[in-house]
Write a protein that binds this ligand. Structure first.
Ligand code: PMP
Length: 379
């Protein structure tokens, strides 16, 4: 089996599994004052410190959530509602066109809920890197407080985004910045921003835990109400086992050197030799070291995925979150890639357990697929 889908989920680390099992054995509610409750609380606070270290933040800035989808939703609704509550309304949302659905959908919903809030999508280059020229001129014009959402790196192409530049522009204009750092955690440094979202299962933690990192004193209002957990910032009994596993994964991921870069580059070099017509998306951009988004022109992604899967090679088409949908990726569309080519897009994402044998398996399977399709075309 060659698992090349780490951007969708990275299998549970041994350290995280141990932490999950220990937490499940405790069986207390972290809000209870008795011994079991205190033991549960201690695990959550340990995990909070571990995640804070990964994010370069203070433990008190970490709000645990059910994942990055909730963290993104909480950041957006929390910022807009919190700023309104404080009498310093946000009136403009600038969101890159390649954000995860959880950012795009919530940003759109916010404009329907808050009259006077405008949403503008930031364009990207043909290599999938956000172009901040329009943002710069819009922010310099003034016209109300802004919230900018720019992911640290894209989940489909791996293209690293100019987050530091966006931060400087936002700061200069008195605006706020949300960075979805899900895909960079454990691969490159997690950037600082007013709001940063993380997900446990992308770094070898369990699915169903994530965090929103809040810079001190940023506008905020909780999305979930009815409980004082997370200092009143996220109501509901904490997912103790998942949070403990998240913490253990965050600690384990830190010293890791991304060895997957060599494998990704080897894969792409061999892909080009196998099929000179293959296209690598975002290839000229600075990319996450583990991600390759490519197309075999003329072969629909669904066909390739099934063929690869039959050979034990697991990849995804476009974003895993949206696979199953026929619609081509919004990320590739924003890069100006035609629908015909985007429908052939596959993503291979390497991880800590990937080996050269996985590259051999993937290239072998693609070689056979190409031979079958081309012999059929010639017949
Ligand atoms: N943001 C990005 C960039 C992602 O890749 C994902 C997962 N596909 C998410 C957010 C959502 O994370 P979660 O699965 O924890 O809800």
């Amino acid at each position: 089996m060659a698992y090349l889908d780490h951007n969708a989920t990275s299998p549970l680390r041994a350290e995280a599994r141990v932490a999950v099992e220990r937490a499940l054995a405790i069986g207390g509610n972290a809000s209870s004052v008795h011994a079991k409750g205190r033991a549960a609380r201690a695990l959550i606070e340990k995990a909070r410190a571990q995640v804070a270290t990964l994010a370069g933040a203070a433990p008190g800035d970490v709000v645990f959530t059910s994942g990055a989808t909730e963290a993104n939703a909480t950041a957006l609704w929390g910022a807009v509602q919190g700023a309104a509550d404080a009498g310093a309304r946000i009136t403009r949302l600038f969101v890159s066109a390649i954000e995860h659905g959880s950012v795009l959908a919530n940003a759109t919903a916010l404009t329907e809920r808050f009259a006077g809030l405008r949403l503008e999508l930031l364009p990207v280059t043909s290599d999938g890197v956000a172009d901040l020229d329009a943002l710069r001129s819009e922010l310099r014009e003034g016209k109300g407080r802004a919230l900018v959402a720019l992911m640290a790196a894209n989940n489909e192409t791996g293209a690293v985004q100019p987050v530091e530049e966006a931060r400087e522009l936002a700061v200069e204009a008195g605006g706020l910045l949300l960075v979805d750092a899900v895909q960079v955690a454990g691969k490159i440094a997690v950037p600082r921003a007013d709001y940063v979202s993380l997900s446990a299962h992308k770094i070898g933690g369990p699915q169903g835990a994530g965090a929103l990192i809040l810079r001190k004193d940023v506008p905020f209002a909780p999305l979930y109400l009815g409980g004082e957990q997370e200092q009143g910032r996220r109501a509901g009994t904490e997912n103790l086992a998942a949070i403990a596993g998240f913490g253990a994964a965050a600690e384990a991921v830190r010293p890791e050197v991304p060895a997957s870069a060599r494998l990704r580059d080897l894969f792409e070099a061999r892909l080009k030799r196998t099929d000179p017509s293959s296209v690598i998306f975002g290839g000229k951009a600075e990319r996450l070291p583990n991600t390759s988004n490519f197309a075999l022109p003329g072969i629909a992604a669904e066909t390739s995925l099934i063929a690869l899967d039959l050979d034990g090679v697991m990849m995804s088409s476009g974003a895993a979150c949206s696979s199953g949908k026929v619609k081509p990726s919004h990320v590739l569309a924003a890069m100006g890639i035609s629908n015909d080519l985007a429908r052939c897009a596959l993503r291979a994402s390497f991880g800590r357990d990937s080996t050269e044998a996985d590259v051999d398996a993937a290239i072998g399977s693609i070689t056979n697929l190409l031979a079958r399709v081309r012999s059929r075309a010639a017949a």
